[in-house]
Design a protein around this ligand. Structure first.
Ligand code: GLV
Ligand code: MN
Ligand code: MN
Length: 412
């Protein structure tokens, strides 16, 4: 019977954390950046050294295969994985755990000489964090990429996806070729840290995900009038920043008051133009994000916040534009995968709770093309998307054991 090596899992996670590692802890490793490309090369080497097949597709997704080196509907694979890109000043586990644990599971199966009925593969999906477009690699793989938008996709600081990919040796226009043939994936299961505090606070070892939240991102642009910040009387100013600030405060209140109780919202990007202390802001741009596990709730909130933006603009003699950036629907996980995760926990004597994922994951794209599910392990203090993201090493190893058990059951 194959068994995961906790020490190898830890050694690889610690090694991966050095690519883009920050002096005070944490990691900045955006997709296509030099540290990310070094991590990609290292990962390919680890996959090969583990005795697995290694390949990269035109969307930059890295794969390791056991019993396969491709995706073929004649031999559907049981797939696992996650991502090796990070948010700016992120942690060492978000994404990394699912990739490294997936590799560990395949290596353990390979070394044990076990031959599952189906081939197994592990993926490191590109740009999960959405520096240039959310869940980019898994979207391409699942045929969900809006191909027409590729030329205009850009990071918040304006770098075009086309240029970022070219720097890393990829041609963005070819990314849609990464689409896997229909029926090539028999099932997908992704291990991830919870990134919240429900498991830790409930004293539960494993989370079995029922649904992944939908996420809507909209660029909200307030237009006013740039003016001299010293000479323009206060009552004559049309300050675009104040419109943006007012909207942010009121949108938050609206989402809390009229959402589902699970609805959340964030303004993580704010830009003021021209951006000088002696000019009244003529334009202010916000990236407004909202999440909820129910599509209808998200839809209603989107309508209400759009109306609110117009009301705020009118009240301040501004105009406002709402430009949709991305919208993912909530993704239910497959009952078959959830049952396999439950069985794995029972067999391993681990406590397990069903929960929804409040973070977005590549599994939500895979759920559109195959039976997909997710396994969560506790996050200390619920901390994530911050440099001190951490989990107990024993919890990470437990997660890898559940993943191995689940993969083998799905590959039977
Ligand atoms: C992924 O990290 C997300 O933004 O939920
Ligand atoms: Mn993340
Ligand atoms: Mn992640």
């Amino acid at each position: 019977m194959p068994a995961v090596s906790g020490s190898r899992l830890r050694a690889r996670l610690e090694r991966l954390a050095r690519f883009g590692g920050l002096p005070g802890g944490g990691v900045t490793r955006s997709c296509w950046s030099p540290p990310h490309e070094e991590a990609r090369a290292w990962l390919l080497g680890e996959i090969r050294a583990a005795g697995l097949q290694a390949w990269v597709d035109p969307a930059g997704n890295v794969f390791g295969g056991l019993g396969t080196a491709t995706f073929d509907q004649a031999r559907p694979v049981v797939l696992t994985g996650s991502h090796i890109d990070t948010v700016p000043e992120g942690g060492m586990l978000d994404g990394a755990l699912g990739v490294i644990a997936g590799l560990e599971c395949l290596q353990a199966v390979h070394e044990s000489g076990t031959a599952p009925a189906r081939p197994l593969a592990v993926a490191a999906w590109s740009d999960e964090e959405g520096r240039y477009g959310s869940l980019f690699g898994s979207r391409a793989f699942c045929g969900l990429l809006d191909t027409a938008r590729i030329p205009e996709m850009a990071s918040v600081d304006g770098e075009r996806l086309v240029d970022a990919m070219a720097r890393a040796g990829f041609e963005a226009a070819r990314a849609p070729e990464a689409r896997a043939p229909a029926g090539a994936v028999a099932a997908y299961v992704e291990l991830h840290i919870e990134q919240g505090a429900r498991l830790e606070e409930g004293g539960v070892q494993i989370g079995n995900v029922e649904v992944i939240v939908g996420v809507r991102r909209t660029r909200v642009v307030f237009h006013g009038q740039a003016d001299h910040a010293g000479t323009t009387p206060m009552e004559r100013r049309r300050d675009a920043f104040l419109g943006a600030a007012d909207f942010a405060l009121r949108a938050r209140e609206l989402v809390v008051a009229e959402g589902s109780g699970r609805s959340v919202t964030n303004f993580g990007v704010v830009q003021v133009h021209p951006g000088a202390s002696n000019i009244v802001p003529g334009r202010a741009e916000l990236v407004h994000e909202m999440r909820d596990p129910e599509a209808a709730v998200l839809e209603a909130l989107a309508r209400k916040t759009a109306a609110l933006a117009q009301e705020v603009a009118r009240g301040r003699a501004l105009s406002v534009e709402l430009r949709p950036m991305s919208a993912t629907l909530p993704a239910p996980c497959s009952p078959r995968v959830q049952a396999a995760v439950d069985d794995a926990c029972t067999a391993l004597g681990l406590s397990c709770r069903r929960l929804y994922s409040a973070a977005g994951h590549d599994a939500q794209n895979l759920a559109q093309v195959t039976d997909a599910g997710m396994v969560f392990v506790p996050s200390q203090g619920g901390r994530s998307h911050r440099v001190d993201e951490s989990s107990d090493w024993a919890d990470l190893e437990r997660g890898a054991r559940v993943l191995l058990h689940t993969l083998l059951a799905l590959a039977r």
